[in-house]
Design a protein around this ligand. Structure first.
Ligand code: QV4
Length: 489
C-alpha cells in the first residue's frame, strides 16, 4: 500500500545504508526517536554472495541473493529480530530492501574464485545449472526461456519485455509468474512481516511485471496487529527509474504502493547544483515535469545509494548545497521523504568501513560530542547533520499542512506551511530583510537551520511573530531560515 505506516507525526524515512542491525537498534533508541524519524530503510537482510575484490568486499554484494535466510553482512536473524522489536518500541518502523527480481550474477558458483555466501547455503549460478538449494530455486524458475541474455542499453527505450525478462547486469532473472517462485518470495516477505517490519522497498521493481507484483502484493499478510492495529497493509515502494522516454513507466506501478520518484532529486539538483532558478521549485509537485505523480504515489529523495555514485545529483560531497537540498525537501509539502545516510567512499565499489579480510566485519559509527558521526569512523551520517536533523523536526511539525503565502524574487523564495511553519531561502548575493507573513501564532521562534532548540535553549537565530502572523526576518546571502511549531520558544 501507499500508506507509510509510520506514527502520524513522523514523516521522514532514513536509509541507513549498510548499517549493522545492532547499530540500527541503538540508533533508533538513542537518536532517531528524538528527531522524529519515522522509519529506517535497511540494507537487504537475506543471504548474499561474498566476494573479495582487491582486498575489499563491495557494497553491491547485498544485491546478489543466495537464499532468503536472514544472514547477511549486517547481522543474523536474532540480531535482525532484536532490531525490529527495539525500533518499534520507540516508534521507529523498519522498511526492508527486498531483492526478489533476481539471484546472483550468472556464472558465479560457491567455492569458485573465492566466491562464498554470507550464510550456510550453497549456490551454483553457472549457465544452465542455476541452482539455489537454500530457497530452493532450480533453473526452471528463471526467465532464460524468455530471454537468455543481458538487458541492452537501447532496451530501456524500446522494449519493456526485455527490461523485465532479460538479465539486469547478468543477474539471474527470476520468473515471478511461477507459482512456486511467488510462494518462495511470499514466504520471505511474510516471515519479515511476522517479525514486525512495516514494509518494503522493492529492488528493481521496473524489471518485474506489474501483474506478478499485484499477486505478490495481495498475497502479503497484514502487518502485526499488536504493533500496527487491525487490518493494516504493508507499505511498499517500488524501485522504478523513469525520467521520461522509457518503455517501462512509473505510471504502470500506480496502485501497487509508491514508486521511487527520481525526477524529484533531478529537479532539485538542476536548481541547487547547476544554478537553476529557485522559483522553479515552487512548482515541484504533481505534474511538474515528467513523472511527478500524486502526493500519495511518490517517495521523494535528493540522492540514493546508486546515484550518489555518479548520477549528477546533490550528495554529501557537495557540502552546504546538500544541506540546502535536503532542507528544501523537508520543508516542501510533497510526498513521503527519504533522507540518505552514507558511508564515505573514494571509489564507487568500495564497501562499508570494515575490519578487512577475510571476514570484512563492518565497523560501526562513532559519535562526536555534537552528535554527528566521527569522520574517522568512515560514516557520513547525513541524517545526523545539525541542519538536516533539525529539518526533520520541521517536517514532523508541519505534517498535513499545505504550502501557503509563497513569495519569490529570482533566487529568493519563501513559503509557509499553513499555521505550522515558515521557510525562506536567499540565494542572491545580498541580504534579504522584510516583513514576511509566516501564518504562525504569535510568539518567539528559534531558527532550525542555524541551530534550533537544544534542551529548550535556542542555539540559533530568534524571530518574533506578531499577532497578525507577520515577522521581520533577515536572511543573509546564501542562507536559509526555517521556523515551526516545534521550534516555538
Ligand atoms: C558483471 C558484468 C556484466 C555480466 C555479469 C555476468 O558487468 O556485464 O553480464 O558480470 O555475471 C554487480 C557488478 C556487475 C556484475 C554484476 C553481476 O557491478 O559488474 O556484472 O554484479 O555479478 C547493484 C550495483 C550493480 C551490481 C548489483 C549486483 O549497482 O553494479 O552489479 O548491485 O551486485 C538500473 C535498474 C535499477 C538498479 C540500477 C543500478 O533499473 O533497478 O540500474 N538499481 C537497483 C539497486 C542497485 C542494484 C540493483 C538494482 C540490482 O538499487 O544497487 O545494483 O539488484 O537503473
Amino acid at each position: 500500500g501507499d500508506k507509510t505506516q509510520t506514527l502520524p507525526d513522523r514523516q521522514t524515512m532514513v536509509h541507513l545504508f549498510e548499517w549493522k542491525w545492532t547499530d540500527i537498534a541503538k540508533e533508533c533508541e538513542n537518536f532517531l526517536q528524538y528527531y522524529g524519524y519515522g522509519a529506517v530503510q535497511v540494507s537487504p537482510p537475506m543471504e548474499h554472495i561474498v566476494i573479495n575484490q582487491n582486498n575489499d568486499m563491495p557494497w553491491w554484494v547485498r544485491y546478489q541473493p543466495v537464499s532468503y535466510q536472514l544472514s547477511s553482512r549486517s547481522g543474523n536473524e536474532a540480531e535482525f529480530t532484536d532490531m525490529v522489536q527495539r525500533c518499534n518500541k520507540v516508534g521507529v518502523r523498519i522498511i526492508v530492501d527486498a531483492v526478489v527480481n533476481h539471484m546472483v550474477g550468472i556464472g558465479q558458483k560457491k567455492g569458485d574464485g573465492g566466491e562464498g555466501s554470507s550464510g550456510s547455503s550453497d549456490f551454483d549460478g553457472r549457465h544452465g545449472i542455476e541452482s539455489f538449494p537454500g530457497v530452493p530455486y532450480t533453473k526452471d524458475d528463471f526467465n532464460d526461456f524468455r530471454c537468455d541474455g543481458d538487458i541492452q542499453g537501447s532496451d530501456y527505450q524500446n522494449s519493456a519485455e526485455h527490461v523485465k525478462n532479460c538479465r539486469l547486469v547478468g543477474l539471474l532473472d527470476l520468473n515471478q509468474g511461477k507459482d512456486n517462485v511467488r510462494k518462495a518470495i511470499l514466504g520471505y516477505l511474510n516471515k519479515l512481516i511476522s517479525i514486525g517490519v512495516a514494509g518494503f522497498r522493492f529492488d528493481a521493481g521496473k524489471h518485474m511485471w506489474p501483474a506478478d507484483l499485484m499477486a505478490i502484493t495481495t498475497g502479503m499478510d497484514n502487518l502485526r496487529s499488536d504493533i500496527f492495529g487491525a487490518n493494516q497493509r504493508p507499505f511498499a515502494v517500488w524501485e522504478v527509474i523513469d525520467q521520461g522516454g522509457e518503455a517501462v513507466k512509473c505510471a504502470d506501478y500506480l496502485g501497487l504502493g509508491r514508486y521511487t520518484n527520481f525526477n524529484y532529486g533531478a529537479a532539485v539538483a538542476q536548481v541547487i547544483k547547476y544554478n537553476g532558478d529557485w522559483r522553479a521549485l515552487m512548482n515541484l509537485g504533481p505534474g511538474y515535469n515528467y513523472g511527478n505523480e500524486e502526493d500519495h504515489d511518490v517517495l521523494n529523495f535528493i540522492d540514493n545509494h546508486d546515484n550518489q555514485r555518479g548520477g549528477g545529483v546533490v550528495t554529501y560531497k557537495d557540502g552546504e548545497n546538500y544541506n540546502r537540498a535536503v532542507t528544501f525537501m523537508l520543508a516542501w509539502a510533497y510526498g513521503y521523504t527519504r533522507v540518505m545516510s552514507s558511508f564515505d567512499f573514494k571509489i564507487s565499489d568500495q564497501g562499508p568501513p570494515s575490519k578487512g579480510p577475510p571476514n570484512f566485519e563492518t565497523t560501526g559509527p562513532t559519535f562526536n560530542p555534537d552528535d554527528t558521526c566521527s569522520a574517522a569512523s568512515g560514516w557520513v551520517c547525513e541524517h545526523r547533520w545539525p541542519k538536516i536533523r533539525e529539518m526533520v523536526k520541521f517536517r514532523s511539525a508541519t505534517q498535513g499542512s499545505a504550502v501557503a503565502e509563497i513569495f519569490t524574487e529570482t533566487q529568493r523564495v519563501s513559503f509557509a506551511r499553513d499555521g505550522k511553519g515558515f521557510f525562506a531561502s536567499n540565494m542572491q548575493g545580498s541580504t534579504w530583510a522584510k516583513f514576511f507573513q509566516t501564518t504562525l501564532p504569535v510568539g518567539d521562534y528559534c531558527d532550525h537551520y542555524s541551530g534550533g532548540l537544544v534542551n529548550n535553549n535556542c542555539a540559533g537565530k530568534k524571530f518574533t511573530v506578531a499577532a497578525d502572523g507577520t515577522s521581520y526576518i533577515t536572511i543573509n546571502a546564501g542562507d536559509i531560515v526555517a521556523i515551526s511549531m516545534s521550534s516555538k520558544i
